[in-house]
Design a protein around this ligand. Structure first.
Ligand SMILES: Nc1ncnc2c1ncn2[C@@H]1O[C@H](COP(=O)(O)OP(=O)(O)O)[C@@H](O)[C@H]1O
Ligand SMILES: [Mg+2]
Length: 290
């Protein structure tokens, strides 16, 4: 059964001459229980897609059904409630509150739900145990390593038992050992029946996914189902062309990846003939790297 259904979803930022078409009539169905990697060069719309799917942002056009409910036009407070109850977010920069301990950070989402203090600290502590850093529960985020901070952020994302986990470059600030740990944790979350979506620049990490979606210029240009444990075919083509050692190499790998992909129109055969709902200039607001 589909958890996420996007039909012709577009997202425009800005006005007039400065309009950026960040998502260009995206069609995407994600079934419950999928583990999807999203790849693509910087500025291709990956974060925008995560924000729209995660109800942090509304699409400008198109239909979005989450869990069989139309959500594209939810009011901000309705979206916030739905997000709180059903979606867990993990960001590249961890986004932990610096003055709260790891334990308090993880307990925070439960406070918004009205869970009593004792209960929420207990649940948060259990969750930190699950991600392997219970011994650090009274540390402030600044006292944690990058890997530990991301584990705390994962614990916070999981504490509400969300149906969907969205991770936008969760390993972007981590070394390879910490990246592996984070991906193993996400795998466990997937194994317990959750749907997981993650953005990565690293072809190696597609091993963890059951499906890889490639984006370019705001559109999905390739969509590949794959076996767990194997690097995605299209990603592998770029992996062997470019050695992956530094982040710059990762980005070079992504560029090689885009060259390895079929050209955009060929994979857009299902799309209707183009009918722009709004005149949009592409990429005038470029250079913003979020
Ligand atoms: N809040 C925003 N305001 C204006 N332009 C934005 C905003 N967010 C993203 N963009 C633009 O939308 C495009 C897609 O960005 P983004 O989704 O962040 O790409 P990615 O995550 O793949 O790097 C880029 O051209 C970016 O500059
Ligand atoms: Mg991004």
């Amino acid at each position: 059964m589909a958890l996420i259904e996007l039909q012709d979803v577009s997202k425009l930022y800005g006005f007039g001459d400065a309009t950026t078409l960040a998502l260009d009539e995206v069609n995407l169905i994600i079934e419950k229980g999928e583990f999807v990697a999203v790849m693509g060069p910087s500025g291709s719309g990956k974060s925008t897609l995560m924000h729209v799917i995660g109800l942090l942002d509304r699409p400008s056009h198109g239909l979005y059904k989450f869990n069989d409910r139309k959500v594209a036009k939810l009011r901000p407070n309705q979206a916030a409630k739905m997000r709180r109850d059903t979606i867990g977010f993990i960001f590249q920069s961890f986004n932990l509150l610096p003055r709260l301990t790891a334990l308090e950070n993880v307990a925070l989402p439960l406070a918004y739900k009205g869970v009593s203090l004792g209960k929420r600290l207990k649940q948060a502590s259990n969750m930190l145990d699950r991600v392997g850093i219970q011994s650090r529960e009274y540390f402030l985020p600044g006292q944690l390593s990058g890997g530990q901070a991301q584990c705390a952020a994962i614990a916070r994302a999981l504490v509400n038992e969300p149906k969907l986990i969205i991770a936008d470059e969760p390993t972007g600030n981590l070394d390879s050992a910490a990246s592996r740990l984070v991906m193993e944790l996400l795998s466990e979350v997937h194994k317990t029946g959750n749907t997981v979506l993650f953005v990565t620049h690293n072809p190696e990490l597609t091993r963890y996914a059951t499906r890889v979606v490639y984006m370019h210029d705001g559109a999905i240009v390739h969509d590949e189902k794959k076996a767990l444990g194997q690097v995605a075919d299209t990603a592998r083509k770029s992996l062997y062309r470019v050695p992956m050692t530094t982040e710059e190499d990762d980005l070079a790998g992504v560029s090689a990846l885009m060259k390895a992909l079929p050209s955009k129109p060929a994979v857009r055969s299902k799309r209707k003939p183009k009918s722009r709902k709004a005149p949009a200039k592409r990429k005038t607001a470029r250079g913003k790297n979020r």
